[in-house]
Ligand binder design. Structure first.
Ligand SMILES: [Zn+2]
Length: 462
């Protein structure tokens, strides 16, 4: 019975009249009390009231059990997509989904989907994450979102709560290899991407087959915007903002855009012993100044933008030769594409001045690996913040500096992301750790968020 049914029962004049005629005043009072209690409990449960909570211990048990699949000596996992460990881990997850009352299928891209019907003919509320890891990864990245989502389904099941919308718990395939599962859902997994060799040694195409998908019918994995009411992903932060600030929940404003360039600095190689200092075109010296300038530009204005030079090579690369050429990388990330462009222009201006001073031409080559910023849905953000608040949890709005399946899903569904703290901000490492209490907090926020979206929808699109 849905919440609407309770309301119509409560306010139905026929129901009240027939009861009051046949009942004595005492039994009427008892009946009223019983109805009120019954209504109160169910209403609170439907609204995700205080008594409806996830089971923190069970989430922890499931996380530890999943960590057995692909476990490495360092205490983490190497459960790369399509590996034996991935296949075994997914089998374990399918079992948990079925126990939680979900009807499980594998879509043609290999995504695991556990479905729970709704009481009305409405679009799906989807939530979940991924269970594959990087080589030498940890036990929380992706896994917390998967186990949190299954826990939500199980709690609804145990409490006999039916939602108006159908719910789908999703475990995306090969997130770490380039958001393969979510790209298939948005229809962006193309032919060339299928030929890429994954960490397992199999191509993506072979891997999808191994997981029970069908690469020839990939378009069937595609989801249309009118099929989805919302998508919500619970995930560990993988940074230290929440942990440093002792904050329970991060309400993700969006997944940052990423742009990459190769920067080439041309000097002239010459004898390091016979060329006086004032006669040099030292490409590495110019590069050193440019790296400083990049750092200054990025930190010159408030915000969460980041800029990095992560790779550098100087040639010819000998102790007794002045570096004649340097090639280095430049990466900028931010929630605003406009800001990335603005910062990049300032860096170009700095480079032009360095180039003049050192007589070393500097050129920038834009690389085609960038990701556009993916803002989350304002309405879903508000619901997540409200859920955290009603649970008495502290929260802040923050960007995600790492990529997630949610960035693809944001193209086809109103999307939200819930972050929980990573101890020390460590991730993609066996030392990755999130406290059971924090996982449960995140799952409780997810539970409330799903119920609130289900109750009233998202209202007007902004
Ligand atoms: Zn992840």
């Amino acid at each position: 019975m849905t919440r609407t049914d309770y309301f119509s029962m409560k306010f139905s004049p026929i129901f009240l009249t027939s009861t009051s005629i046949s009942a004595t005043s005492l039994t009427w009072a008892v009946l009223c009390l019983a109805i009120t209690t019954f209504l109160g409990t169910s209403f609170a449960a439907q609204a995700g009231g205080p008594e409806l909570k996830v089971n923190a211990e069970r989430i922890e048990q499931h996380i530890l059990a999943l960590a057995e699949f692909g476990k490495n000596p360092e205490g983490g996992v190497s459960r790369v997509a399509f590996s034996e460990a991935d296949i075994a881990g997914r089998k374990y997850i399918i079992g948990l989904m079925e126990t939680a009352g979900l009807k499980v299928r594998v879509d043609t891209a290999g995504n695991l989907i556990g479905r729970r019907g709704g009481t009305e003919n409405l679009p799906v509320i989807m939530f979940g994450s991924h269970s594959d890891s990087v080589p030498g990864g940890g036990n929380y990245d992706g896994d917390v979102g998967v186990m949190g989502a299954i826990e939500v389904a199980q709690v609804l099941n145990e409490n006999g709560i039916n939602t108006r919308h159908p719910l789908e718990v999703v475990v995306f395939v090969d997130e770490e290899g380039g958001l393969v599962g979510s790209r298939a859902m948005t229809g962006e997994l193309s032919g060339p991407a299928l030929g890429v060799i994954s960490h397992s040694g199999l191509t993506i195409e072979e891997g999808i087959r191994v997981l029970g998908g069908n690469p020839e019918r990939l378009d069937e994995a595609r989801r249309e915007p009118d099929e989805l009411a919302a998508f919500v992903e619970l995930h560990i932060e993988q940074g230290a903002i929440l942990d440093d600030g002792d904050i329970d929940i991060g309400v993700v404003e969006g997944i940052v855009g990423i742009q990459w360039w190769d920067v080439t600095i041309e000097g002239s190689a010459n004898h390091a012993g016979t060329t006086p200092m004032h006669k040099r075109n030292d490409a590495l010296l110019a590069a050193a100044e440019l790296i400083q300038a990049i750092n200054q530009v990025i930190t010159s204005e408030p915000g969460t933008q980041v800029g990095t030079v992560g790779r550098i090579s100087a040639t010819p690369g000998a102790p007794n030769v002045i570096p004649g050429k340097v090639v280095m990388s430049l990466e900028i990330r931010d929630l605003s594409a406009e800001k990335i462009t603005r910062l990049y222009r300032q860096i170009r201006a700095e480079a032009a001045s360095i180039e003049k001073r050192y007589k070393t031409p500097i050129s920038f080559q834009h690389l085609d690996v960038d990701a556009v910023p993916a803002p989350t849905d304002k309405r879903v953000r508000a619901i997540i913040a409200g859920a955290a608040e009603s649970l008495g949890l502290s929260y802040i709005a923050m960007p995600s500096g790492a990529g997630h399946d949610a960035q693809d899903m944001a193209q086809i569904a109103p999307t939200g992301m819930i972050f929980v703290p990573s101890v020390g901000g460590i991730s993609h490492s066996p030392r990755e750790f999130t406290y059971p209490r924090d996982m449960a907090n995140g799952a409780n926020v997810l539970l409330k968020t799903i119920l609130r979206i289900d109750e009233s929808g998202l209202g007007k699109s902004s």
